[in-house]
Structures are given as structure tokens and as C-alpha cells.
Design a protein around this ligand. Sequence first.
Ligand code: GAP
Length: 512
Amino acid sequence: MDFKNLIAHCKEYGFIFQSSEIYDGLSAVYDYGPYGVELKNNIKQYWWKSMVQMHENIVGIDAAIFMHPKTWKASGHVDAFNDPLVDNKDSKKRYRADQLIEGYAEKIEAKNQKDIEKAREKFGDSFNEAHFRVTNDRVIERQKQVDAVLGRLAEAMKEGDMDALGAMIAEYEIACPESGSRNWTEVRQFNLMFNTQLGNIAGEEGKLYLRPETAQGIFVNFLNVQKSTRQKVPFGIAQIGKAFRNEIVARQFIFRMREFEQMEMQFFVRPGTEMEWYTYWKETRLKWHKALGTSEAKLRFHDHANLAHYANAAVDIEFEFPFGFRELEGIHSRTDFDLSQHQNLSGKKLQYFDPELNENYIPYVVETSIGCDRMFLAMISNALREENVPDAEGQDSVRTVMKLHPALAPVKAAVLPLLKNKEELTNAATAVYDRLKISVNCQYDEKDAIGRRYRRQDAIGTPYCITIDFETLENDTVTIRERDSLEQRRIAIADIPRVVEEGVKMENLLLS
Ligand code: GAP
């Protein structure tokens, strides 16, 4: 399904709404609706269960969003958490200079892609893309241009050279997508942290930041947690919580938001062992994604070419969103940078005594960090599709179905009396619903023809539909319909909880 339709579907079926929509919305801020919140909670539960509760050496916390302002000085966010900003004087629109330049490179690459597709059509099965890329003069020339542009961009970003970015925008004659003009301001650094003021302290002293990552709440609590839980290195601390970034350009729905949620885990290890753990967490996290049934072709690793000053290795797990492969999760080997910085600025020792080595040291950290909202978008875009299926008369019809893993599905089962004005049927259906709602999130629906009710449940990803009909009244059986196979079979009322609970339980995911 294309991206526009996916966004419309999320609104129509109560997954995601634009924040403050009645006031024309707040850009890059979204609210989760009744089905959205269920799906999001299930994603969080899967992460928490597998990362925290299934690792005896990982514990969870829930730190506050506000932290002492020195936290962000120590972490480097006050000085270096910037994006290069440029304004178009005619349209008054703001852009990230690096994204404008990347867009320029993408346009050149798109021309290559067009030539490749043409050649593929012409040569059919015998077409070899890799060979074509290294032998076609036009494609080679354009690829050189792309490499040169991206090389210069990477260098300028690494050096924080705003003038170089401005020069590139001028040299490549990049125009504002809105006004078409090349009337740009200078490129300048823009700090992405939101700030606010503490009630009882005026001026700079009382300046507070909304956390741009949850990780720092873990670092500053490192010793509190280690001592209170008597964990030994290697061990991890995990947390799920809101983070805030004043993104300059926030496009692509919930992919880049100004208020979002992270699921982060900092794993504290002996210095020198961090690369082993980095490899371990790379593999473990990829396995976590694959267990959901996401096809391997839609997931890939992308090593960071330019490492942040505190990292000695970093990789993204990328997912193929409807707009291409993009970062879904980051795995970073952050050395002892954060703990050392907090130790220096706070004057409090943040060392660990290793009883086996009989030695004090500041542990190294390997971090796994995934955006909950991005995971949500990945799951929806992977699951939502249109399919040709036979209707009640056996004719071809199109259904929109969300093939989410049953453990993530917002509603696990729908209980449907065949007719709404037959009290015997609605009473029997209510009794089934009242039992089932104790163990799983389910729905009672009696409105419209049964076929339409099935379609509504398909559209929100409900794995099971249970229909109560006249035969139910005779022999205490119901029809249970499976979302993916469309198979319908009769089972006893007494068996419904077992069948549904088995089919949707989180263990199916955790053990795969
Ligand atoms: N503590 C490390 C850290 O915050 P990051 O790569 O900046 O690293 C981690 O962010 C993850 O958070 C990303 O992989 C992405 O899934 C999510 N994320 C970051 N910025 C986001 C935004 N503006 N909107 C939604 N998700 C975001």
C-alpha cells in the first residue's frame, strides 16, 4: 500500500491522529488512537519482556524527563546536538542543509535508476545490474558525481563547516522546493533540544531541557542501580520513555517526530570487551526483528562511516519503509565517554569495583536504541496490504488487511452474533465476549452484515473472528475465522479461550 493511503488508513481506523487536529494540527506531533495505543503497548511489551525480563543481568528503570541541566553539558548535547539550518528568504521555509544536499544527490541517483530500469526492460532476464553499473558511461559519470557530493557533505558535517554547506547549496544551484528560488540565508547550527524554565529560578540558572534521549537517565543512575540490585559487570539497564527533539524538517509521518518514544538499553562491560558485546547485541537485536516475521530483504545493517566522537563502533538496523531504507534502530559502542563526562562534571566517582580483577574502572557501554514510533511505522507498513479474496458468493473482491504478528495485534478476537436483533444470539455472544475479555483484548460487534464486520476486523489486524449463529444455540459451537488463511472451522465454546490465547500469546514470539 502506498504511503499516502497508509497514513489515511491509520486515521480512518483509529491508529494515529494528527495532534490538535481541530486547530489544524501541530507539525510532527501525533496522537495514538484506540488501536494505535494497543499496538504500541504490545511493541513495548515485546521489547521489555525480551530485553529486561528474559535477561537476568538486565534491569529496568523509569527516569524523569527533566534532568539537571549539567547532564546535557556533560553529554555534549548543549554544545554539539545541532543540525545545519538554512532558510529560504522567499518562501520563509526552513530546511536542513544536509538534507537539501542529500536530495540533490538522490536526484542524480534517480536518473541512474531510471536508466537501469530501461535497460532491464530491454534485456529482460539476461540483464546484469552490477555489470551495467560499471560499464555504462552515463551511469558511471553520474555515480562519480553522487560520490563526490556525498564525500564533500560528509567532510563538511564532520568538521561542522557551515560555510562549506552553504557553498555546496550555491554551487549545485539547489532551489527551494516550495518557492523554486535560490535566495538562501547563511547555513547555521541549530540546537535540537527544547528548553523550558524551572518555576522558582530565573534566567540561565533555571533553564531546563526536555531530554533528547532517554540514555542519560540511565548513565546518571548507573551506580544507584548497580548497588541496589547488586549486579555485576557485564549488566544492562533499560528504559522506555519519551524523548523530544526540535527537528527542523519533520516529514514522513511518525518517522521523524518532535515528541517520540525510545526503548533504550545501556550494557555496561569491562573495557576491552566492548567489541564482543557489540557483535552480540547486533545479532540479538536483528533476531528480535526477524522473529516478528519481517522478511530478511526488508532489514539490513548500515555501518556508520563517520563515528561520533564518543563511539568506537556504530551500526544502524535499517528497515525498508515505503520511502526507502532508513534507520530503525541504532547499536552504538559508546566507550566510557558518558560515565567519564558525568564523573568529571559532577565530581562524583562513577567507577565500578570488579571483584574478579580486584580493580576499579569506569565501564564501557554498548547501547541499543530503537524508536517505538518508528517500530510502529515499520510494523504497519510491513503488515498493511490489499488482497484479492473470494467474497461470500465466491466472487473476487479486494480486502484491506493488516497482517500483524498476532502477538502485536491490537484486538485479538472479535465476537460477532450473526444477527443483532435475535436476543438468543446476542446473549450467547455476550457470554463468549465476557469470558474472553478476561484474558485477551477482544471486541463485541453486532452492527452491519457479517461480511462487512469481517472486513473491519481485517483492516485493524484482528487474528480471529468468532461468529455466533443458530447452530451455536443447538450444540454450543461457533465458527472461528482466521485472518490470514481465511479458514473457517467450528469449535466448541469451551475451547475458544484456549484456541485464541494459544494463537496470540507473546511466548510464540519470544521462543521463535
Ligand atoms: N541514545 C542514542 C540515540 O538517541 P539516535 O540514533 O539519535 O540515538 C535512536 O536515536 C533511535 O530513536 C533511532 O534509531 C530512531 O528509531 C529513534 N528516533 C530518533 N529521532 C527520532 C525522531 N525525531 N522521531 C522518531 N524517532 C526517532
